[in-house]
Design a protein around this ligand. Sequence first.
Ligand code: PHE
Length: 457
Amino acid sequence: MDNRPQWGSRAGFILAAVGSAIGLGNIWRFPAVAYENGGGAFFFPYLFALLTAGIPLLIMEFTIGHRYRGSAPLSYARLSKKYEWLGWWQVAISFVISTYYAVIIAWAMSFAGFSFNLKWGDDPNGFLFGEYLKLSETPGDIGGIVPGVFIPLVIVWVVTLGILFKGIKKGIEIANKIFIPVLVVLFLIIVVRALTLDGAIAGLDAFFKPNWEMIADPKVWVAAYGQIFFSLSIGFAIMVTYSSYLPKKTDLTNSAFITGFANSGFELLAGIGVFAALGFMAAQQGVGINEVVSSGVGLAFVVFPQIINEFPALNGLFGSFFFICLTLAGLTSLISIVETFVAGVQDKFNVSRNKAVLVGGGLSAVISILFATQGGLYFLDAADYFINQFGVALAGLVQVVIVGWVLKELKNLQNHADAVSDIKLGAWWKVCLIGITPIVLGYMMIQNIITNVKDNY
Ligand code: PHE
């Protein structure tokens, strides 16, 4: 147990955890989710979810990893022999996410290059689907591999696996120490520029304008919890794995607070930047903000190219900054996801790190080629839908129920965390994990099933 690698410093660990948390979800998901779920009023359910589920669960995952010093399957097995499968389930979710997350980073990388000569022209929509992705007309039709996606995808994997080969301290920690500051600085430049554009203030108005009635709607709370879970990378085995590399004396609770607030801070910054830019575009086109709001692939690869086209000056530079930010935010998350199953394989089969990276990472890389085909986007949507329906919240729910209710381990974990942390965990921590979180998550799952059944029949 004692030759487990370690982070070089607590700052390195926190940066890596923050790097995992800050990802595509912060930039392309949060702004639209907040806007559609009450704008300024959304901050209440959002903060509530952060404080009652996000941070308490993060503390729990950090403590499990730190105490049992293993990848998620090994840590759960040490917690109780019967629950190794919980770790593998989370590892499996991470594995699936890694296969398509890598492809989106590859697109972002391509678009960083396209920015310089605004290669997408006047019709970014047609460019994305027709020229760049060469999307096949019929869903399910794989078609050929698209070289324009395949080549950057290879680069993404070479960089990611290269970093993982180097290990925890010399690989993951150093990469995050470089990528995260660069990401923050570039992103701040974009946000400041966006705020000085015409129409920016109207954009912010739309973003922050509270729609109070909406907080009575359970859907809004579901959205808040969903965002917090995905954004903080909780329930994916990641934070357990990362904290298993911590030295014995490390403040866990404080680290979880820093990680949670840093992630939400970045999310808020992204909301401000994105809505300032959307406000600008709405003003240019003489339409309302609600007509230009979007999220996901459409926001990043269609709407942002349109915005960049209309930038008053230095379009290419700001465009490339934006896509470099997406690339870096994505890479630091991808590294964490792949590390999760690399560590799982390594602990389970007692193989060297290099072998585990080669086999685990290599397998994900090979599967990801499926998404670099002409039918790739259909598969990507399907995989993403599947994961969101059956993975994210469910894994989190099962995890709190097993640890809190079945194994009744929270008291032991609390003692462990309190022994190394300045902030002592009060009763609130257990109330959140045993009470509030499972109730809200359980409700979310049931609602989800009901809407699915309704939609399908
Ligand atoms: N937290 C990342 C984001 O906000 C996404 C992510 C999910 C990363 C799952 C790792 C695992 O985009």
